[in-house]
Design a protein around this ligand. Structure first.
Ligand SMILES: [Zn+2]
Length: 273
């Protein structure tokens, strides 16, 4: 692993607790009230409102399909009012697939599926970093961070969006991306908000997690969530984007089955300075 880069001094001391944790730690009613006011103003701004001169949003994922299967509704809503970009670390060539495709073929197919899905969601551009699927690790931490930082410095978003720290499903690639996104957030002071997509605990999720091929970390309780984005109005768009990932049809079916009876809402931990 390369030597860690220093975090800028003015950023190092900033409070990086999520809003929900800050609420839980508030020492007095005045502090609690100020956190709640800030929380509701973030909620009011997010995913609503008319097109403005808002700064870009950059979403950072490990694989094609993470954008659609994850916070696709929020991405679709945000893309209506500000430029949205996606950074995708791999081409997803190690994904499950039917038939005898080589990993190179599958990577090309999945990169195309990502282009189609993001077009439906309204994303302006996808940056593919070309890392090997399933191989994101400590050894690549700073290489990933440097590439992501370079793109962010060019686009200058005020918000970045990634997975919650357990990577939703526990996929190690997701966890690395979540950690590197947090690292980059701390290094780039022009990014004011870090959105971390997470899912709420539910019976259907627990059922699916039982038989999943890797350990799935527990989902979140309502009290831990900082921001809920109502995505009912863009649910059809999200499904249409998901359907572009036909090479991953097994996952589409699983996710649609799991979300059929759940509210069409997406949940986030919000960290802001
Ligand atoms: Zn993934």
């Amino acid at each position: 692993m390369e030597a860690a880069k220093a975090v800028p001094a003015e950023v190092a001391g900033a409070p990086f607790l999520s809003m929900a944790s800050r609420q839980a730690r508030a020492k007095n009613p005045a502090e609690l009230k100020s956190i709640q006011t800030r929380l509701s103003s973030t909620a009011a701004k997010w995913g609503r409102g008319k097109p403005t001169n808002m700064k870009p949003l950059v979403c950072i994922f490990a694989h094609p399909d993470d954008e659609a299967f994850g916070p696709g509704g929020t991405i679709a809503k945000e893309a209506r009012r500000r430029p949205v970009y996606i950074i995708c670390a791999t081409e997803g060539e190690a994904g499950k697939h039917k038939g005898k495709k080589t990993q190179t073929d599958l990577g090309k197919i999945r990169a195309m599926e990502l282009q189609r899905s993001t077009k439906i969601l309204g994303v302006k551009k996808v940056f593919s970093l070309g890392f090997k699927d399933g191989a994101l690790s400590n050894n690549l931490y700073h290489k990933l961070a440097t590439k992501i930082e370079k793109i962010l410095t060019k686009i200058k978003p005020d918000t970045i969006l990634t997975y919650e720290p357990h990577g939703i499903s526990g996929h190690i690639d997701h966890i690395i991306i979540a950690m590197v996104s947090n690292f980059v957030f701390r290094r780039l002071p022009f990014i004011k908000t870090l959105m971390q997509y997470c899912v709420l605990d539910s019976k259907s999720r627990r059922e699916i997690a039982k038989n999943y091929f890797i350990y799935v970390p527990p989902a979140y309780k309502k009290s831990q969530i900082d921001l809920v984005v109502n995505t009912r109005a863009v649910w059809d768009t999200k499904v249409k984007a998901m359907m572009q990932h036909q090479s991953q049809i097994h996952d589409i079916e699983r996710i649609l089955k799991m979300s059929a009876h759940l509210p069409k809402k997406e949940n986030f931990l919000v960290v802001s300075r």
